[in-house]
Design a protein around this ligand. Structure first.
Ligand code: ADP
Ligand code: MG
Length: 395
């Protein structure tokens, strides 16, 4: 009878998502078993005594006909083939695959202890495992209860659900990194995603303060899947190339600092270069989030070549609310946004009576499914309005 084994996978060298998805593919290709459940992709602070980069982590349930020992041999072979260097215990690794549990079996051999002896104190194991096996009992404790007993602060979901695996394998990655030449002669990077068929228009996707990161690329990919040429200019490149931050507490100071070093005329020149590229799709709209939300509004006021603009929770808009957009604008805000008081939203409404302003019962960053503050209901509602707006304005 096949058993269900729970595996914990981690990586902190190279592309963590790609490494973990490759290990999953190897498990299936080598007929170790069938993956019957997969957690979200998590990012976790490094654990243990060795200073090293943050880890990507995930857990999977594998239906396997192998014995625990054969399973251990198989996962060790995958680790070895993927180039894990066995030099430092608890040090950085391309891939680490642990057997967390194997059915209800317990094994206490020196090189194979099941359930995994350290899993109950590791939030980076318990948080992903709780997504797919909350009720599983590890000894006398459920995974859910074990998770409640550890400090899970600092853990974050990079991509919710199991779709990250396909994306990491490159099947749904639509875009590519390119260089954009700005009118002042400076070259910056950009991510561009193109639709499969004839484009419905062009969009410039304006980043948050976290760089053109995984999330912003995913946003561009989704707009491309909806038929638009989507260009996300790397607006931090003039300060520092290729800044890609996550949404943890440790990322925020660097995000704020880098943002504070940008200069409006240069940022507008970057956006202008992105608009010029997006024109290959037809008329061009701007869509931005957080800092990019403010820039979408500003771009609609100050740049030519903008047919329409959508800003999500742009904290700087109230300060420039008296400027006149040259193109139709739509704005989305969150009522629970601690960065943008509703008095600011009222100010914008008064100054821009023709601009539709929507307020959702959600926090700052509600559109970002990699953030704590993600709110699916608000994100879906705002996206529907945004897509209708683009369809009408860019046709
Ligand atoms: P950790 O997984 O605790 O970070 P390592 O991966 O470096 O540490 O430990 C690897 C060794 O742990 C392997 O050589 C293996 O024999 C032993 N081991 C014992 N129990 C297990 C288990 N349940 N899953 C994976 N490895 C185990
Ligand atoms: Mg291990």
């Amino acid at each position: 009878m096949p058993e269900i084994a729970a595996l914990g996978l981690g990586s902190n060298i190279g592309d963590g998502a790609a490494n973990i998805s490759r290990a999953l593919r190897e498990l299936e290709a080598r007929r170790v078993g069938r993956i019957v459940a997969l957690s979200s992709l998590w990012r976790t602070p490094p654990w243990g005594p060795v200073a090293q980069p943050a880890f990507f982590n995930a857990c999977a349930l594998v239906e396997t006909a192998l014995s625990p020992r054969a399973l251990l041999e198989a996962v060790k072979a995958i680790e070895a083939d993927m180039g894990r260097v066995m030099n430092e215990r608890w040090g950085p690794r391309v891939i680490d695959i642990d057997i967390l549990a194997y059915g209800d079996e317990t094994l206490g051999e020196p090189d194979l202890t099941v359930p995994h002896p350290r899993m109950m104190e590791r939030a980076f194991v318990l948080a992903p495992l709780a997504e797919i096996a909350a009720d599983a009992m590890i000894g006398a404790t459920s995974v859910r209860d074990a998770l409640a007993n550890v400090d899970a602060s600092g853990l974050q979901i990079i991509e919710k659900g199991d779709a990250w695996r396909r994306r990491a394998e490159g099947e749904s990655r639509m875009g590519e990194h390119i260089e954009l030449k700005c009118r002042d002669g400076v070259t910056i990077g950009a991510y561009v995603a193109r639709p499969a068929g004839a484009p419905k228009g062009g969009l410039v996707v304006l980043q948050e303060i976290f760089g053109v990161n995984h999330h912003i690329r995913a946003v561009a990919d989704r707009f491309a899947a909806a038929g638009y040429v989507a260009v996300a200019p790397a607006l931090f490149d003039r300060i520092e190339r290729n800044v890609e931050l996550g949404y943890g507490l440790d990322d925020r100071p660097r995000a704020m600092d880098t943002r504070s070093k940008t200069k409006v005329p240069e940022t507008l020149a970057d956006i202008e270069a992105a608009i010029d590229l997006a024109k290959e799709g037809g008329k061009v709209g701007l869509v931005g989030y957080c800092w990019g939300g403010t820039l979408a509004f500003l771009g609609a006021c100050r740049l030519s070549g903008v047919t329409c603009a959508v800003g999500y929770y742009g904290g700087g808009i109230a300060g420039i609310a008296s400027e006149r957009p040259r193109a139709p604008v739509m704005l989305h805000f969150g009522a629970l946004d601690k960065h943008i008081p509703l008095t600011d939203v009222e100010k914008i409404r008064l100054a821009q009576p023709t601009v539709p302003v929507f307020v959702y019962d959600a926090d700052h960053g509600f559109n970002c499914d990699e953030r704590e503050s993600y709110d699916k209901a608000a994100a879906d509602a705002a996206l529907e309005r945004t897509m209708e707006f683009f369809a009408a304005e860019l046709k």
